[in-house]
Design a protein. Structure first.
Lengths: 253, 279
């Protein structure tokens, strides 16, 4: 089954206990492009992102209904293996969070867990993953050194390398720059644009300029509703919904 | 009116803390020093490598060293995996509820029970009911029960201290819970788990009452796990309690203290090395 969209959410509803966090959300994500989800804190944008790799299931009180299709296939289907889904749909978190291991061990973690034991092959993937995030030149002499000794930006690049190493198709990024300074943020944004040539990227951000800079499509969420979704330029320059207009022009609240 | 200005209060507080800390360390140094001064001159190579003669009046303590290593080592080998597995279960596999609080309550109760009660239980259960007799294995099992709560609680604290983000990342990379536990959680918690294990080895080595009732007090070389034996702490107790030889009692105590101290130093050193690799 193929589809023009990489990911489709259809009538997606999510409850935390009695709290209705996502309300009938429909969203179509184009392949090899960056889609941004923006909105104020608590609007459900991170929850939305975590639906795509079923990360919300770590919380027991969560109930999900509706469909999410990845390449046309329902990710809640009974034949879908969660570990396989999460390899295809990788996630980068808000704070750089390398394991307290060496630089190389961080990148090879996913490979080892998934059974790659060939050393030469592992080293090759470590190198290519670090090159993919432009980190290789900075760390090639300290691959055995502790990952936590790197700068915040380098750590975040390392975390992206760690995900890239398991060869995902989709990258979910949950405010990946919010713990970084403006220059590092700019660097990570450039990296995202570069990675979008190969990966389908979804980014959650509370930084509207960031969405405007990197995303080709943008979704605006408010209180669990997907208010408006379309080409980024339309969302920012000619929003259809009054609520979107208020938010992107800074009048929200 | 304030009695003291904040700056004065600060000075008084610092002086008080400093004095109390100095007293604590002073007492510790005095006790250890006292024993070492009295005992160390008699700790010779032959004392460490010979069997006791005349019930310990002369000769050495080699069988007791072997018995101590066997009983304490076996106890921790048994309690370690059980304790860590319990801690993993409590932290990773269950949600907080009646069962977890019951297990935790049970562990805390066990930790508070005097060791002689463990000894009595071990004597009745392992020695008599299970027919293990007064033996290394009876003693080790009894001590394992005794140190289990310490290992469970320290391992639990160490595992809980592993940031949630590590788990999230691991799941995000498509690992199973078990892979996440063995590859991320346990390695990160290792220093803390080791602390609990070292504490337990120390407690096992220095335990007297419980081993007397279960491992026996025969001052001979244990040749198998089912032989009775006499540990260092018990040897010291018998030498001094029965007035056999105070010099040999102090010498035994010196060996005991030095081994516990070096155990702690070695563990600290290993953990430091381990931490340097990751930080």
């Amino acid at each position: 089954m193929s589809s023009e969209f990489k990911i489709e959410a259809k009538a997606l509803n999510l409850h935390y206990g009695s709290f209705h966090a996502l309300k009938d959300v429909n969203l179509q994500i184009k392949p090899k492009a960056i889609t941004a989800i923006i909105g104020p804190s608590g609007c459900g944008k991170s929850t939305m992102l975590r639906c795509f790799n079923r990360m919300n299931e770590l919380i027991k009180t969560v109930r999900v209904s509706g469909q999410i299709l990845l390449d046309g296939e329902n990710i809640h289907g009974s034949t879908v293996e969660l570990t396989h889904l999460r390899r295809r749909v990788g996630m980068v978190f808000q704070r750089p969070n390398p394991f307290p291991l060496s630089v190389a061990e961080n990148v090879s973690y996913g490979l080892k867990v998934h059974g790659l034991t060939n050393r030469a092959e592992t080293e090759e993937i470590v190198e290519s993953s670090l090159r993919a995030t432009n980190l290789w030149d900075d760390v090639k002499d300290k691959l055995a050194g502790p990952a936590l000794a790197l700068s915040a930006e380098q750590q975040q690049r390392l975390c992206i390398s760690r995900v890239v190493a398991v060869k995902p198709e989709v990258l979910l990024m949950d405010e990946p720059c919010s713990a970084l300074d403006p220059i590092a943020t700019r660097h990570i944004e450039e990296l995202m644009s570069y990675l979008a040539e190969q990966y389908t990227i979804l980014i959650v951000t509370h930084n509207m300029q960031q969405a405007a800079r990197v995303a080709s499509e943008t979704a605006f969420m408010l209180l669990g509703d997907l208010v408006e979704f379309g080409p980024t330029i339309n969302i920012f320059e000619k929003p259809k919904d009054k609520r979107t207009e208020d938010y992107v022009s800074g009048h929200y609240g | 009116m304030r009695l003291l200005s904040p700056a004065q209060a600060q000075k008084v507080a610092v002086a008080t803390m400093w004095t109390l800390a100095a007293i604590t360390i002073g007492i510790l140094v005095f006790i250890i020093g006292y024993i070492l001064v009295l005992g160390l001159p008699y700790v010779t190579w032959s004392f460490l490598t010979e069997a006791p003669r005349q019930m310990g009046r002369s000769g050495g303590i080699l069988p007791m060293i072997v018995a101590t290593v066997a009983v304490a080592g076996l106890a921790v080998l048994i309690a370690g995996p059980v304790g860590v597995a319990t801690a993993v279960y409590l932290t990773e596999y269950t949600r907080e509820g009646r069962l977890t609080s019951f297990i935790r309550f049970g562990a805390d109760c066990l930790a508070g029970i005097p060791s002689i009660i463990f000894g009595l239980f071990g004597f009745v259960f392992f020695t008599i009911t299970l027919g293990m007799g007064l033996s290394v294995i009876s003693g080790a099992l009894t001590l394992a029960l005794m140190v289990l709560p310490t290992i469970i609680r320290t391992a639990e604290v160490a595992i809980r201290a592993v940031p949630y983000s590590y788990r999230e990342v691991s799941y995000g990379l498509g690992t199973t819970r078990w892979q996440m536990i063995t590859k991320v959680v346990l390695p990160s918690a290792l220093p803390g788990i080791c602390t609990g294990v070292v504490l337990s080895v120390g407690r096992s080595i220095s335990e007297t009452a419980a081993v007397m009732l279960t491992a026996g007090s025969a001052p001979r070389m244990p040749e198998s796990m089912f032989d009775s034996s006499r540990t260092l702490a018990l040897h010291f107790y018998i030498l001094s309690r029965e007035g056999i030889s105070m010099t040999n009692a102090y010498a035994t105590a010196s060996v005991l203290i030095i081994s516990i101290l070096s155990l702690n130093v070695i563990a600290y050193w290993i953990m430091n090395r381990f931490m340097r690799r990751v930080r």
